[in-house]
Design a protein around this ligand. Sequence first.
Ligand SMILES: [Zn+2]
Length: 326
Amino acid sequence: MNPQHFLHIPKHIAKLDPVQKQTLTSALSPQQNPILSRLSKEIIRHSKCLHCQSERLRKYGFSHGRQRFFCNDCRKSFVNTRGSAYFYQHKPELWQKYLQHMIELDSIRCCSKVLGICVTTSFNWRHRYMKATQNTYESKLEGIVEADETYFRASKKGERNLTRAARQRGTKASTSGINHIDWVSVLVAKDRNHHEFDHVLSKVDAAKINECLGCKIADESVLCTDGQPAYNQLCKEHHLFHVVIKNNQTQQGLYHIQNINHYHSQLKRWYLKMHGVASKNLPKYLGWFRMLDWHKYQVFSSDINTEAEKLFEFKLLQVQQHNFKA
Ligand SMILES: [Zn+2]
């Protein structure tokens, strides 16, 4: 604008009515990023310092567009992204779009092309968002719980100093059976309320299963398995009623393992689309799949209407935020 013309604007501001002043203020203030404003709201709602857990917080200006908070107890400040998956991440205007593409299962290269970011950034974001899903479980499994192991081909993709010759993806394993060199075992458990638990097992034995699943399953639940003896110790220690579904049976009344078998087949089909996952990244991919599966059964409350509001209810977005302990 011509500087001479601009000089006339302040003269008219005094004549504006309150509604016009409000419109002008919102037009001049920067567009609020929905993810950043949600992070700030979360901190205000829990009112907890991220350094010392004190409740004596106050707003403390902005830093690079992020709301800062100041703790009156420890005298330290922090930005609203601290403790979340977005900490030290640039381009906040693209975070939501990127997560939306992840929900639609777009590849790293596709996200890079559509959002105009480099492939390395797209890769780093993908793994950062997946990491947040890794140890996020809904709640304890209870009622009728189905558990079974499934196996994925071991992959050392991206690793240096291999102790064996490199191999092409899709080549056959060295032996026809399951061995711990060629295969990675994953324990998956699921209850009838669509709560899932998964864990990469270094070895399928009673101690390992008890260690990882024992704290995730409510006592006195019913555990349905295919009869693997390694579950006996878990059932004994946690007073679980163990129902063994033999190979030649489909179900025993209410009890069956069809849900877990269906979950395995869906997981395997989805996993194939990822075109080779390194075994070290497998827990992250299991977490991502768990988020997508939760979404299928998600029921939205009646006051959520728009697609944008629904997106924010999606677990994949929610787990990127702060993990405040109740
Ligand atoms: Zn503090």
